[in-house]
Each structure stands twice: as C-alpha cells, then as structure tokens.
Design a protein around this ligand. Structure first.
Ligand code: ATP
Length: 577
C-alpha cells in the first residue's frame, strides 16, 4: 500500500466532522490495507506508531522540525520559520515548500522510517533524527509530507475518535454484530491496532476470545453518582461499600518479573512508583495478575495520608528516588481482573473481592493493602459509614453491587460514589476540558489568562461543547504556568470538533482537563452545552479551578449528559447541610 493512499484518506477524514462519513472513509481504507498492516494504519490515524499508552517520542522539538523541512525542500530555514509564524501549521508549511512529486513510498517504508527516527538515541541522536526526517520528507509529495510532519509534531488531530475507528472496523469486517464484540475486546485490551489486526486476519470469533493480558491496560470501570445513602440502597439493595480514597488510580499488571503500572488515562507509570513495583514482587501471590487500586502518599512518621495535591507531586519523571523518600505511597487494592489463568472480569464482585484478599499477602510494610469494606442493605448503616469516612478526611465512599461483573470502560451503577458535599447547591465538581482562553484586562491580562473556556464532552457526536468561563482558583504562578502549557498547543482556528459561540482570544487543542467547583448549573444563552436549536444552553455559575487533572484525557471529561442530569438533580434534591 502506498503512503499516498493514507495521506489522501487523512485529507478526506480531516475535511469532515461527520461521524458517519468518517466511518465510511475509514472503512473503505481498512478493506484496502493488507490485513497484517492494519494495526499500523490504526495507530497512525490515532497520530502515533503504537497504542497511545506506549511511550514513544520522536524527540524533535518545534525548533528542529523547520530545519528538517527546510533541508528537504532546499529552502532557507528562516523561510520555513516565517511561514510557520504566519500559518500556525507546520504540516501545511511543509506541503507548501515541498514541491516534488514524491517517490511513491509505501506505508511500510514510511512507518519504518518514523520508527527509526523515534528510536535514535545517544550521542548525535538529534542531528541524526533531523537528517532521517529530512531525507524522508524529500521523497514525499506535499500532501504526503503534511501528515508525516503533523505525526512527528504530535499534532495529527484528525478528529477521529476510538468509537469511529471501531465503527469502521465493524463496517469493514463482520458488520453490525461485530461492533459489540470489537468494543468488548477493546475495553479489556486497550489496543485498537491489535484488535483490528486480529479481526482482519482471523475474523470475529478470534476477537470474541480476547481477554485481559498483563502489559496491555484495561479500560477502567467508573462510578455513577447518587446524592444520598438512601437512594443508593433504594437503587441497588445490598451494597459492598468502601472508602473513596482521593489519590491516583493505578492498574497493576504483573507477568513474572515484569510489572507495569497504568494510570486512569492508561499512561504507563511503571518507572514512576518504584516502591509499588517492589511491593508487587513481595506481596502478590500470583505469577500473572491484574488488579485495580488507588495510590496515596502518606507521612511515614505519623502514618497519616496526604491530600491529593501532595500525592500528585509523585507523578514526575525526574528525581524519582528523592520523591519516593519524601512521600512514599500506599496502594489500596479494590478489584481483581486477572490472577494466573483466571479472567475474573466476568465473575461477580463478591468473588473477585475474595480472590483479591487471597492474592495480596500481608507484609511488614503493608505497602499494598486491600480496602476496607462493609456489606449492608441498611441505609442508616451506609450513611454512618459515609460520615465516618468524611470525618477521617476522605472524599466519601464508593458503594458497589456485589453481584456485578467488572464492566471495563463503563460508567454505570455497578459502582456508585457518594461524596462529601461542598457549599453551594452543586455538591459535585465537574471536569472540563480547556478549549481556549480569553486574555482579560488589567491585572488579569498580566497573568496571561483572563479566563479559561471550559467544555464538556458529547461522546455521541464526538464534540466538545462549552459550559463555563473560568477565571479563578489558581495562584498567579499557576496561571502563568497554565498559559505556557496552553500556548504549546494553540491552534490557529477553532477545531471543528469544538462547538462554541464564544469568540476565544486563543483556541487550543482540547488536551488539558481541569476539575471545577461551581455553585450551581444555570441556563445560559452563551454556552453550547445542552443547547439545541434556539433553546439556551447550560453553564456553571461561579466556577473555580480546583486542580488541573493531568490524569484525565479530554474524553474523560464530564459529559454533556451528566451536566443535564446534575441540573435535574439540583432541581429536585433539597440542599444538604
Ligand atoms: P472523581 O472525579 O469523583 O474522583 P473520577 O471521575 O476520578 O471521580 P469516578 O468513576 O467518578 O472517577 O470515581 C471512581 C474513582 O474513585 C476511581 O477511578 C478511583 O480512582 C477512585 N477510588 C478511590 N477509592 C476507590 C474505591 N474503593 N473503589 C473504586 N474507586 C475508588
């Protein structure tokens, strides 16, 4: 398969935001690709060379890319830099200056070269990367180069979501019945390339057999919310309730001596928390296992836990040992997905929990512990447990259905969180994606950001819709830092998958999620969340940033539907003390 076909397909995908059209375009491509190369095509459409959770970096900065483009085109670097300043899109700049017809490179050749660029390490790596890229670009046509440059820059942004890729796979191989089979497999083995390749080479039955496998993350199960213990019991009956720890979710994988830790966003953090890795070796009584837990920093002197703001400082790439000594972690294990030969995901929670208790050995340090739990059908007992946890400084509780399977990737009432309320009518915080900012005036302008434009997610249509302008909650230094982060991902025009009526001073690629506390949800003509036709939308009143959630992907933000539900709840639930 020629790279030209991939580039042309990417151009067509980019030109539409309609899911059905994207699905048809991708489906046609999938049918054309040699089945054993379909995984590469899927990764490339996601803008990478491997599943998003594999740490692959090209290591070519914004400064070096123009150099490679200039070398390939035989024009002065200054010209490329000037065009980039004007247009804000290096892909288009490359297309403009590279005038050759291309040498007809294949997908396999381009992919192999991109791998080579990413793999170059050690002395002289940077100049080697530049010349490898320049050589590749010199053999591509302008359109072909457009997408190579964007991939290397980490800015492909085709606007094709996982769901659309799965729709297209189903369309290409196996039809409607295949769709749920594909989705199930993907939630248990979060590698769309692997699932796609298996489907294309061995058919739908092979995909049906997929289960969790150490080394590949499972999409985490998530919790719904209800406002009181009473409503939880009314909805579920008997529950197994656990403390809700406010730390970092970690999915622990073990295959013999190899151990992986994945974040809620499926980032590979195996190198980040060495004390957890060591504890897994000591405490896990299985050669192969996958389990779920929440990690918290604690004070080794007093044994008390630190708040989330401290725990999160452990998420860094440097000075790992120093941080470990300062803020060691404990891991509270709360669910089991795999142990030796058994896939526990279809088993009832009751059984998973018993197996988890048997899996985790006690140890003098007790770095890994199984969470506390009560089982009850009494709303008063549940309320007491909740209050006791709040008194201990925890966020609240998670009440779980004892007979439910582990539903990977789903947010449903198998798990229900009950959190302590804040002042104001809206007791829950919401997670919004930053899609742009306004500069503001006076003192605010000096901080670099007047207000952030926050959006919620509409997964049905793959759209981000605005719900708030947020101008408080961070320190001066944090505002400046955020401005710096946002300027790295600024885009020249509003991306087509952002639905907004506000005119931002600067639009950014939706990447950063912030947790926001607000007093209530009100109707608003300004925002597009929940807005249909001429009706007003919904917005957050008095929003302030609680924290930046680097552990969230944009698609993990609060959904538009959740905002509508919170609005309804707010209308019906009396204020809690
Ligand atoms: P929030 O923003 O309220 O923390 P969330 O969006 O991170 O919620 P939810 O699905 O709403 O995720 O709540 C579940 C989260 O709570 C899990 O992802 C996990 O990180 C955390 N958690 C803490 N203790 C537990 C527990 N005992 N069982 C399950 N999840 C727990």
């Amino acid at each position: 398969m020629q790279w030209r076909v991939i580039a042309e397909t990417m151009a067509r995908l980019e030109a539409t935001t309609r899911r059905l059209e994207q699905q048809a375009i991708l489906g046609a491509l999938f049918r054309q690709v040699p089945p054993d190369q379909i995984d590469r095509v899927i990764y490339l459409c996601q803008g990478q060379l491997a599943p998003p959770w594999v740490n692959i970096e090209f290591g070519l900065s914004e400064r070096l890319l123009p150099r490679a483009i200039a070398q390939a085109a035989g024009v002065p670097e200054a010209q490329v830099v000037a065009l980039y300043k004007q247009q804000g899109d290096l892909g288009l700049v490359a297309e403009e200056v590279l005038r050759g017809p291309g040498a007809g490179l294949t997908l396999a050749e381009v992919y192999a070269r991109l791998q080579e660029i990413a793999a170059a390490r050690g002395a002289g790596a940077i100049s080697r990367k530049v010349s490898l890229l320049a050589d590749l670009l010199s053999r591509l046509s302008g359109l072909e180069a457009r997408y190579v440059v964007r991939i290397v820059q980490g800015r492909l942004r085709l606007g094709v979501g996982d769901a659309t890729i799965m729709d297209a796979l189903a369309e290409a191989f196996g039809g409607k019945e295949a769709r749920p089979v594909i989705e199930r497999a993907y939630t248990l083995r979060a590698d769309l390339g692997l699932v796609g390749r298996l489907l294309a080479t061995q058919g739908v039955e092979a995909v049906r057999q997929i289960g969790p496998e150490p080394g590949t993350p499972v999409l985490p199960a998530l919790a719904e919310r209800l406002p009181s213990a009473e409503e939880i019991i009314r909805k579920v009956g008997t529950v197994a309730a656990e403390p809700k720890y406010d730390g970092l979710r970690l999915q622990v994988h073990r295959d013999g001596e190899r151990i992986w830790l994945f974040s809620r966003r499926l980032e590979d953090l195996s190198e980040t928390f060495p004390e957890i890795v060591r504890a897994v070796r000591r405490q896990v009584r299985a050669r192969r296992a996958i389990f779920d837990g929440e990690a918290l920093a604690y004070n080794p002197e007093t044994g008390e836990f630190f708040p989330f703001q401290i725990t999160v400082t452990r998420r860094r790439k440097y000075r790992i040992q120093e941080m470990e000594e300062r803020y060691p972690l404990r891991l509270f294990a709360f669910d089991l997905l795999l142990a030796d030969g058994t896939d526990y995901t279809p088993r009832p929670f009751r059984e998973r929990r018993a197996a988890l208790e048997a899996l985790i050995a006690r140890d003098p340090d007790d770095t890994i512990q199984v969470t506390e739990q009560i089982v009850t059908a009494d709303p008063r007992a549940l309320e007491r447990f909740f209050l006791a946890m709040v008194e201990r400084g925890l966020e609240g509780i998670v009440a779980k259905r004892p007979d439910a399977p582990y539903h990977a990737g789903a947010r449903n009432f198998n798990w229900i969180k009950l959190k302590r309320s804040y002042t104001g009518r809206l007791s829950e915080t919401v997670d919004v994606v930053i899609v742009g900012y306004l500069l503001g005036r006076g003192k605010r302008a000096q901080l670099g950001i007047g207000s952030l434009i926050g959006a919620v997610y509409d997964p049905e249509n793959n759209r981000f819709r605005t719900v708030a302008k947020i101008g408080s909650g961070l320190s001066e230094e944090e505002w400046r830092e955020l401005r710096r982060l946002l300027d790295e991902i600024r885009v020249p025009v509003k991306p087509p998958y952002v639905d907004a009526q506000i005119a931002a001073d600067v639009w950014v690629e939706p990447r950063y999620v912030v947790e926001v506390l607000a007093d209530e949800i009100t109707r608003s003509p300004l925002h597009t969340c929940g807005k249909r036709n001429e009706e007003p939308g919904y917005s957050l009143r008095f929003p302030r940033v609680v924290r930046i959630r680097f552990d969230r992907r944009p698609e993990d933000a609060t959904t538009e539907a959740e905002i509508l539900r919170l609005y309804e709840q707010q209308q019906t639930v009396p204020e809690r003390a």
